[in-house]
Design a protein around this ligand. Structure first.
Ligand SMILES: Cc1ncc(COP(=O)(O)O)c(C=O)c1O
Length: 430
């Protein structure tokens, strides 16, 4: 196998120097573990449209797209103009502002379950609060998540994220026994576990497309079956649509499957590229967060944060959603580019890969160990992750194409069929 390191090092000399400074100051040189890759990540100086430009002036067609948040590409004009206007007025009030209400009016129309909303500044906070809310409402403690489910860094959900899906991802986590995990797309196996914990089960949190766990859509039957059990058991159904919300259509994915979640978390796209987390849900559940109406022993203290609902994130999210609402053709375009990418990449590798995904999200899995299909994170984890990282790194070093090594790719409105064809050529070369 060709070593692409020397080509990479040659073209990223300035990045190497700057990253050496970063290593002195930041743990492993980064502030988000996944942003590091060997030998060192290139350092970005600017981005526009589909491209990232590094400090050595290399241009990369980007499929990481700001942790998959930039569905209109980098710096879309309407978001930029709205932000400029807001910055002119000021960027931090710490008080009620109409920008928030305008964004909520858009979200509540597009996401029927969003009868009440609370904003935070990251997806992690949104899922952390969703868990707390579920515990408050039910008076129970146990939260079930999916093997391979990723909901951010909250201590409440930092278990069973990576192979072998049995441990916490970190020390320092208390009450680990209150986080249990169930096998994705395996209704019988999941119900068996849920039934065991039913009496103390506060809720189940699920991504309708497993993102970090391998870009794997859940089947409708699976989600419906889980939902039925949860509701019979008087637990809460939390759908984490932080990746999937506004990614495949204007709104969430759950209405397309006729699901009835109690709480939905959003983030990424709805912030238009600015920091955001959204927790929303049915009125009677969200109202447990109402400190004016509930005693401490009954309420759930959720939401808030110095920068919650700051006007910059609100304006940016509003501009993003308004654009998507008025130009729904964005979705047909990027969804069909995703379909094209999955088909063409699969053809190149001729049976040696499975390309998972949905709409504009896709991920290539190099098969091994007799794995032939990928419907859960266990199968994804048993594929050749080293090969995937090499494949992505080769594209960075040789082809000016950027996937965060090992992660799924997200297509934006700024990508074209020719861009996907370039991935296909790079794959043939690999
Ligand atoms: C499904 C899902 N939930 C929650 C999060 C956490 O969001 P954030 O990184 O904004 O804290 C992520 C982040 O990638 C995610 O993919």
């Amino acid at each position: 196998m060709k070593n692409y390191n020397s080509e990479y090092r040659k073209k990223t000399r300035t990045s190497a120097k700057i990253f050496a400074r970063s290593l002195k100051l930041h743990v492993h040189g980064v502030s988000h573990n996944i942003r590091f890759y060997e030998p060192y990540p290139f350092v970005v100086k600017s981005s526009r449209g589909k491209n990232l430009v590094d400090v050595d002036n290399n241009k990369y067609t980007d499929y990481w797209m700001g942790h998959w948040s930039l569905i209109l590409g980098h710096g879309p004009k309407n978001v930029k103009e709205s932000l400029k206007k807001q910055i002119d007025k000021s960027w931090m009030y710490g008080t009620v502002n109409e920008q928030t209400i305008k964004l909520s009016e858009l979200i509540s129309k597009a996401v029927p379950v969003a009868e009440k909303i609370r904003y935070v500044t990251s997806g992690t906070e949104a899922t952390m609060y969703a868990v707390r809310l579920a515990r408050s409402v039910t008076g129970r403690k146990i939260i079930a998540k999916i093997d391979g489910g990723w909901h951010g860094y909250t201590s409440d959900l930092l278990k069973s994220v990576n192979w072998p899906f049995t441990e916490s991802e970190s020390s320092g986590i208390t009450n680990e026994e209150e986080i249990i995990s169930i096998p994705y797309n395996n209704l019988e196996g999941s119900l068996k576990i849920l039934k065991k914990y039913a009496k103390n089960l506060a809720g189940v949190i699920i991504e309708p497309v497993l993102g970090g766990g391998g870009c794997i859509p859940a089947s409708k039957e699976y989600l419906k079956g889980i939902q039925e059990f949860i509701h019979k058991n008087k637990s809460l159904f939390i759908l984490d649509e932080i990746v999937t919300g506004f990614r495949f259509r204007y709104g969430c994915l759950y209405p397309t499957m006729k699901l009835d979640p109690d709480i939905v978390t959003l983030g990424k796209i709805v912030g238009g590229g600015m920091a955001i987390g959204v927790m929303c849900g049915k009125k009677e559940i969200m109202e447990y967060a109402d400190t004016a109406r509930k005693k401490k022993s009954e309420r759930s203290y959720v939401g808030g944060g110095t920068f919650s609902a700051n006007p910059v994130s609100m304006v940016s999210g509003y501009a993003m959603l308004s654009h998507l609402k008025s130009k729904k053709s964005v979705y047909s375009k990027i969804n069909s580019l995703g379909e094209f990418a999955r088909k063409e990449i699969r053809n190149v590798f001729d049976g040696k890969v499975v390309v998972t995904g949905k709409g504009s999200l896709f991920m290539t899995h190099f098969l091994k160990d007799g794995i032939t299909e990928i419907t859960n994170a266990v199968q994804a984890a048993r594929c050749d992750g080293v090969m995937l990282a090499k494949y992505h790194f080769k594209m960075i070093a040789n082809n000016g194409i950027f996937f965060l090594p090992g992660k799924l790719g997200a297509i934006s409105d700024t990508h074209s069929k020719d861009d996907i064809k370039k991935i296909v050529l790079a794959s043939e070369d690999f």
